[in-house]
Design a protein around this ligand. Structure first.
Ligand SMILES: [Zn+2]
Length: 397
């Protein structure tokens, strides 16, 4: 079987690196940004538009899909790819994050988490095994283990307790995945990612990586496997309210602890500058609702920083959002028109703004990959910040 992840041969253990993820729905070039398609749609975009923007993988939310329309319905209709007419790879989360942030009356137990749907109050019980079962029913290419995302701030003892639960759930998830992989036929089975927790405590982050790798090795030996139970490792529990320096310090500390053969995924990150920084530490994968959600709220990302399109200074501004941008929105429409659409609450506002923001994020990643390829990442990083600083006040918010 071909390997799931092939890092560039020249990659160093700590710096920015290029790689390729191999899935049954196609290859993904890393570092990659994964747009979030919460409820089987990247809000406001068609799949044709997503392809044209160059998205190689999108993310689906297990919590939302299990509640509505339900994974059984999606499975009956041929799986999530077919259901939403997206032929490229999909990563699904475990549902845990939304259970802890959205569900009503949730109750954490050693076995799993009991909760009521935020839509109609129906009771559910999500266990590590159940989270895998749902993701398999959806036909996900990359599945995540159920974990408890440690909030911020927490004491070290609370963070440890939460990490122990996450490790126990990771072990059960690996068992569940290996069990179903026994019957897999084909080239690329769906991959399971472990999640590293430990809040802002460096010792806990280190211990969590080591114990996840131990679990994986033990599983592989006991089951006499030639392939690994886990395909990659994610850093969870970041961007949950901690200061930016803590986020960067924790990513810089944790990334090099992850062996080079595993793709490194920073969950829920982030802003453009976060991507630029974390790629520098060797992170390969990112996802975030920011480009899509903020687009609908009128915040647009540009090479010179962020702008709020509702601002009155754009009322008669004939320029595109960003003169350096080649997206379909910037090619045709002015800031004045986009401001008007936003103020008038026109549906088109969300569509055009989302198109621009996703184009910005995806083209930022492609510039990042190009800079790594040319071995000019530091220069790229310097220019990225310089462009923001040199913009005149009339252009910026
Ligand atoms: Zn644009």
């Amino acid at each position: 079987m071909p390997p799931f992840f092939t890092p560039n041969p020249g990659a160093t253990p700590t710096g920015p690196r290029l790689g390729t993820l191999h899935t049954s729905h196609g290859e993904i070039q890393t570092p990659v940004f994964m747009p979030v398609g919460t409820a089987a749609t990247v809000k406001a975009m068609t799949v044709d538009e997503m392809e044209a923007l160059g998205a190689e993988i999108i993310l689906g939310n297990t919590y939302h899909l299990m509640l509505r329309p339900g994974e059984k319905t999606i499975q009956k209709l041929g799986g999530l790819h077919k259901f939403m007419a997206w032929e490229r790879p999909i990563l699904t989360d475990s549902g845990g994050y939304q259970v802890f942030s959205l569900a009503q009356r949730r109750k954490l137990k050693a076995d799993g988490v009991e909760f009521q749907s935020h839509i109609d109050g129906t009771s559910y019980f999500l266990t590590p095994e159940r989270a895998i079962e749902i993701q398999e029913a959806l036909g996900s290419d990359i599945m995540m283990v159920l974990d408890e995302c440690t909030p911020y701030p927490v004491s070290e003892s609370e963070a440890r307790k939460s990490m122990e639960l996450t490790l126990d759930w990771a072990k059960r998830s690996m068992t569940a995945v290996l069990r179903s992989r026994g019957s897999f036929v084909g080239d690329h089975p769906s991959q399971l990612f472990g999640i590293i927790q430990g809040s802002i405590y460096q010792n806990l982050r280190k211990e969590c990586v080591e114990r996840l790798l131990d679990l994986n090795d033990t599983k592989n030996v006991n089951e006499k496997r030639t392939t690994s139970a886990i395909g990659g490792l994610a850093i969870g529990g970041l961007s949950v309210g901690e200061p930016k320096e803590e986020l960067y310090a924790m990513a810089a500390h944790t990334a090099p602890l992850i062996p080079a053969q595993f793709p490194r995924y920073a969950m829920g990150i982030g802003l453009p500058e976060d991507l630029v920084e974390l790629v520098g530490y060797g992170i390969d994968m990112f996802d975030c609702v920011v480009p899509t959600r903020n687009a609908r709220n009128g915040q647009l990302f540009t090479t010179f920083g962020e702008i709020q399109i509702r601002h009155s200074r754009y009322a008669e501004d004939p320029r595109p959002i960003d003169e350096n941008c080649a997206c379909p929105t910037c090619k045709k429409y002015s800031r004045a028109y986009l401001r008007h659409l936003y103020m008038a609450k026109e549906i088109l506002s969300s569509r055009l703004n989302t198109m621009h923001n996703l184009f910005y994020y995806l083209s930022l990643m492609s510039q990042i990959r190009e800079a790594i390829r040319k071995d000019q990442y530091e220069e790229f990083r310097r220019d990225f910040y310089r462009n923001r600083i040199s913009a005149d006040d009339a252009t910026r918010e």
